[in-house]
Write a protein that binds this ligand. Structure first.
Ligand SMILES: NC(=O)c1ccc[n+]([C@@H]2O[C@H](COP(=O)([O-])OP(=O)(O)OC[C@H]3O[C@@H](n4cnc5c(N)ncnc54)[C@H](OP(=O)(O)O)[C@@H]3O)[C@@H](O)[C@H]2O)c1
Length: 274
């Protein structure tokens, strides 16, 4: 779909690092008119510099300082994008944050904080951009959720809940948008090597088990290819696909596997009871 839209106008949230930055590169390669948004303007400027030296022919990306939890920021980001490029064809809701650790000791404020960014932030961006997506020839929303939205994973409950909320909302909204010409793709990434794990809140000093990780570049290529082919759902990694399949067919097996993961993490003292 995107390949037929060379020169299309694409807005990416959370474009200052990781998956969002890698998607920006993948799209710049295709000559897309990019708006890159996040809270850190200096990092966004660095991304633009890197893009321009890698793809001097690509249109100059617009950068927008935007905290997706603030309505004013989101409104201004959308306005700036429309003023510069004359519309929005694709919105990529990628901005995200995490909380990891024992749910029993997770403050309600930390549950709220991930919801604010991962769910309400994405909904806010969708609603502000929607009038312009409807005016586009073929508007598209790409929502980056997580494999943790497919089935609850121990010690990732608050994060998984925020991503599951976004995934389920996206399924509902996709049907509501059917006649509007706007389509919606849901992406479920697995472990990806980014700053995410450094930035997430670790409850009580919990330690994350290591990878295996995919590279953000590999994830970005898969996302852009899936968008180009008009895919509606993209589950990344073999583990993600196995989880998606088995939780429907062998739910007890998946529950036992999750119990085992929780037991091992406690045994290795990677999560703490405070
Ligand atoms: N890495 C993984 O293993 C993994 C797995 C599954 C799903 N995901 C999802 O993939 C997406 C990208 O994550 P990543 O792995 O690339 O992590 P990352 O490198 O930490 O990137 C997160 C991005 O979100 C932005 N962001 C965070 N809070 C924001 C806010 N309130 N308003 C606006 N922007 C905000 C950050 O930019 P600023 O700090 O500049 O605002 C940054 O650009 C997230 O939605 C994440 O949940 C990641």
């Amino acid at each position: 779909m995107l390949s037929r839209m060379k020169g299309s106008k694409i807005l990416i949230t959370g474009a200052s690092s990781g998956i969002g930055k890698a998607v920006a590169f993948e799209l710049a390669r295709r000559g897309v008119k990019l708006t890159l948004a996040s809270r850190r303007l200096d990092s966004l400027r660095d991304v633009v510099e890197e893009i321009q030296s890698a793809f001097p022919e690509a249109p100059q990306p617009l950068i927008a300082r935007c905290d997706v939890t603030r309505r004013k920021d989101v409104k201004r980001m959308v306005e700036e994008c429309v003023r510069r490029f004359g519309g929005i064809d694709v919105l990529i809701n990628n901005a995200g944050t995490g909380v990891y650790g024992n749910a029993e000791f997770t403050a309600i404020e930390d549950f709220r904080a991930v919801m604010e960014v991962n769910f309400f932030g994405a909904v806010r961006c969708m609603m502000e951009a929607l009038p312009f997506l409807k005016q586009a020839e073929k508007g598209l929303v790409i929502n980056i959720t997580s494999v943790a939205a497919k089935h609850g994973v121990p010690y990732l409950g608050a994060y998984g809940a925020s991503k599951a909320a976004l995934a389920v909302f996206s399924q509902s909204f996709r049907s509501e948008l059917k006649e509007s010409g706007v389509s919606l793709m849901i992406v479920y990434p697995s472990y990806t090597q980014t700053d995410f794990f450094r930035n997430e809140k670790k409850v009580g000093g919990a330690r994350r088990p290591r990878g295996p990780y995919a590279s953000p570049q590999k994830v970005a290529r898969a996302i852009v290819r899936a968008a180009e082919s008009g895919k509606r759902n993209l589950v990344l990694s073999l583990e993600g696909k196995a989880l998606t399949f088995s939780q429907g067919v062998f739910p007890r097996l998946v529950e036992r596997a999750m119990d085992r993961i929780a037991y091992k993490l406690r045994e290795k003292q990677e999560v703490f009871n405070e």
